[in-house]
Design a protein around this ligand. Structure first.
Ligand code: OSB
Ligand code: MG
Length: 367
């Protein structure tokens, strides 16, 4: 597979509803789309880096810089036997997984289209529908949070995740349990606590949460191991898991019982498959995280989440929760049983609306 050209699109889309985490509140989403051409086909990817360096050190501008100056020269005009070889070919470039993933995932789409196969089949997917959950941000009031949860449960979503931060944690969970009983429920702290908060976090134990996601800092695997010893609630790592090697160390150290896989965070589909397999071999269940992707990144996520060890519902929800209209048509939707169909057309298998991409584009370059 020869890659002839890379195009980058810096896009901005308004969010249907603001999204607030322990990092702050966003009303829109900036992201970089990647389009590859080669062998008479195209391939699309979406880098999950945000406009700010809060979830990760990468931003839309670093992704633009790293792809333009360092990844494109290693990829454009080069031939690869298989997209699984791309991440390894970028090894000289340290870190910058979100930039690498955007290109690598576009190459998987291009390759799958050239083979006339749905992406899930090439990735090793084993199911034709995935279980869908929602991530609900911090709201203006607990009443507003209850309303949102009610709406999502009525839509059929199989589990609820709420964002927590100091001051929006125990009370929120207590209210949810009191109102909605034993629904599948988990929380995500986005690194808002320290080991000094162990007693507070242990007060979540009686609420039977599926997991607590990334309670401590992003570079702090060992404190998570100490915390997990003191908590009944399973610790799940998100921000901390950048590579398969860190995941191995975290598992060996007992720092987590569950891992959230986001291909954008670990460098693409190949690294995600390796992480998935490592977890499976160690009895660690995984679920697919989300980064408020447009339909392009979301479609990639659906294909990856069709692999067998994605045994917990993911943060992959319907397009209309995020963008109206989405960049794809038809948009991604869930069935009343809270599942999403894995597209069966070649590649990511969704229709990209070029006029909508162009309308969302603030800057474009061809490399
Ligand atoms: O921590 O999982 C996270 C969104 C942006 C950055 C980080 C996270 C999230 C989410 C949203 O939780 C998940 C979704 O796409 O719905
Ligand atoms: Mg998270």
């Amino acid at each position: 597979m020869k890659i002839a050209k890379i195009e980058l699109f810096l896009c901005r889309l308004p969010l249907v509803h603001f999204f607030e985490t322990s990092f702050g509140r966003s009303y829109d989403r900036m992201f970089v789309l990647i389009r590859l051409e080669g062998e008479g086909h195209e391939g699309w990817g979406e880098s999950v880096a945000e406009a700010n360096p809060y979830y990760s050190g990468e931003t839309t501008e670093t992704v633009w810089h790293i792809i333009s100056n360092f990844i494109a020269p290693l990829v454009v005009g080069k031939s690869f036997d298989h997209p699984r070889d791309i991440y390894a070919a970028l090894k000289r470039i340290r870190g910058n997984n979100m930039a690498k993933a955007g290109v690598e995932m576009a190459a998987w789409d291009l390759y799958a289209r050239s083979q006339g196969q749905p992406l899930s089949r090439l990735l090793g997917g084993t199911r034709d529908r995935i279980a869908s959950g929602v991530s609900i941000g911090i709201q203006d009031s607990l009443d507003q949070l209850m309303e949102k949860i009610d709406k999502e449960l009525s839509a059929g979503y199989q589990r609820i995740k709420i964002k927590i931060k100091p001051g929006w944690d125990i009370d929120a969970v207590e209210r949810v349990r009191a109102k909605f009983g034993g629904i599948p429920l988990q929380v995500d702290a986005n690194a808002a606590y320290t080991l000094d908060d162990t007693e507070l976090l242990a007060r979540l134990d009686p609420f039977d949460l599926l997991l607590i996601e990334q309670p401590l800092d992003y570079d702090d695997v060992m404190d998570h191991a100490t915390l997990q010893e003191r908590l009944k609630t399973p610790v799940c790592l998100d921000e901390s898991i950048h590579t398969v090697r860190i995941a191995r160390d975290a598992i060996d150290a007992g720092a987590c019982k569950i891992i959230n896989i986001k291909p954008g965070r670990v460098g693409g589909h190949q690294a995600s498959i390796e992480l998935h397999d490592l977890c499976e071999a160690n009895g660690i269940p995984v679920w697919h995280g989300g980064m408020l992707e447009s339909g392009i990144g979301r479609a990639h996520n659906i294909h990856l989440a069709s692999l067998p060890n994605f045994t917990l519902p993911g943060d992959i929800a319907a397009s209309k929760r995020y963008y109206q209209p989405d960049l794809i048509d038809p948009p991604i939707d869930i069935a009343s049983d809270g599942t999403i169909a894995v597209p069966t057309a070649p590649g990511i298998g969704v229709n990209i609306k070029r006029d909508r991409v162009d309308k969302a584009t603030l800057r474009h370059v061809s490399l």
